[in-house]
Design a binder for this molecule. Structure first.
Ligand SMILES: *[C@@H]1O[C@H](CO)[C@@H](O)[C@H](O)[C@H]1NC(C)=O
Ligand SMILES: *[C@@H]1O[C@H](CO)[C@@H](O)[C@H](O)[C@H]1NC(C)=O
Ligand SMILES: CC(=O)N[C@H]1CO[C@H](CO)[C@@H](O)[C@@H]1O
Length: 318
């Protein structure tokens, strides 16, 4: 009798300890795999893109969550496109290897990066080629020299003043596009950048996506013709227009986000024009750029159903 009790005890102890070992093993395997996944997501844009799905399928144990990576913060509302996505310390960019300018640059502005620290700024930074781009697709300083165009920032330098290294990265030529200087880069475009920073100061959390557009000209019938200049021996495309899509997060817990978009022609613009006159329908920009902005938000939450029947993106301002 006592013998069989002993046997039962030994067997159940053995069973319990093997179950415990198994659970512990699974747990450690899982946390190890999660760590590897975190690392992968921080390195690889495509892993980052699908990471919400992976995490959802993966989280049967609670894992430490507070370490939301900066890329996941900047790209919280989705990637506009997935062509050659590149991570920098305070912005994310998709590079167009054919045109040698970015397709889009996304930033998340908060008071901290806009207000910045004393002594941090563009005075201490230099334009430089981005060596992470393969040499045959890279634009160089020589391409811009004597071209007559400014090296225009897509992610503005003054948006990234919380660290000098962040500000320095905005001077990489992947974040630069040829812009008309007088009356554009130092005019209306600058006004738009200042306006965006004011929004960040005021609302505390602003998502901005900036990029180039190339204007199609009607040729009669259903035919179109796209023409643009290229500069330098690497043939850096000169965009005909630039867009900025802006999203403000509401400070109220149930408040809806607010989006607006601006398109400016790469031209000398009269000074009297107000920013309001460059407002455009976001869906129209998506159509011409082939991008999808802030897909994490239902458009019906934001737009009415009436949007212009004629293209406003490529209006004339002169
Ligand atoms: C920023 O760039 C300047 C000029 O290229 C360089 O001297 C400086 O060390 C850089 N600072 C950081 C923090 O990378
Ligand atoms: C667009 O709508 C306006 C008024 O709603 C109309 O006058 C105009 O002819 C329309 N344009 C086109 C191209 O349909
Ligand atoms: C609207 C527009 O096309 N603007 C100009 C942008 O810059 C190029 C290069 O000079 C011009 O050709 C475009 O006309």
């Amino acid at each position: 009798m006592s013998h069989s009790w002993q046997l039962l005890l030994v067997v159940s102890l053995g069973l319990a300890s093997s179950v415990a070992c198994f659970v512990a093993g699974v747990y450690f395997q899982h946390s190890h795999a999660t760590r590897l996944l975190h690392k992968l997501v921080q390195r690889d844009p495509y892993a980052c893109y699908i990471s919400p799905k992976i995490y959802k399928a993966f989280c049967f144990f609670d894992t430490e969550d507070g370490t939301a990576h900066r890329v996941q913060r900047i790209m919280k509302y989705g990637f506009p496109g997935l062509d050659d996505v590149r991570f920098y310390s305070d912005f994310v960019l998709s590079y167009d290897r054919r045109n040698r300018v970015a397709h889009w640059v996304c930033e998340h502005l908060q008071k901290s990066n806009v207000q910045g620290l004393r002594g941090v700024g563009r005075g201490r930074a230099n334009y430089r080629s981005d060596w992470s781009v393969p040499s045959n697709f890279r634009s160089t300083l020589a391409d811009y020299r004597h071209s007559g165009f400014d090296r225009g920032h897509l992610a503005a330098a003054a948006n990234h003043r919380d660290k000098q290294s962040h500000c320095n990265e905005t001077f990489l030529l992947t974040n630069i596009a040829p812009q008309i200087g007088q009356g554009f880069n130092s005019g209306a475009w600058n006004k738009l950048e200042i306006y965006v920073r004011e929004l960040a100061q005021h609302f505390g959390s602003v998502y901005v996506c900036t990029g180039p557009l190339f204007k199609p000209r009607p040729q009669g019938g259903d035919k179109w013709n796209v023409e643009y200049q290229m500069i330098g021996s690497n043939m850096v495309a000169v965009p005909t227009h630039f867009f900025k899509v802006i999203m403000l997060e509401s400070k109220l817990p149930l408040g809806k986000p607010y989006m607006e978009a601006y398109v400016l022609p790469n031209a000398t613009l009269p000074e009297k024009l107000e920013l309001r006159q460059f407002l455009c329908d976001i869906r129209e920009i998506e159509h011409y750029a082939g991008l999808d902005f802030f897909q994490g938000i239902r458009r019906s939450d934001i737009f009415g159903s009436n949007y212009p029947n004629e293209s406003q993106v490529f209006r004339d301002f002169n």
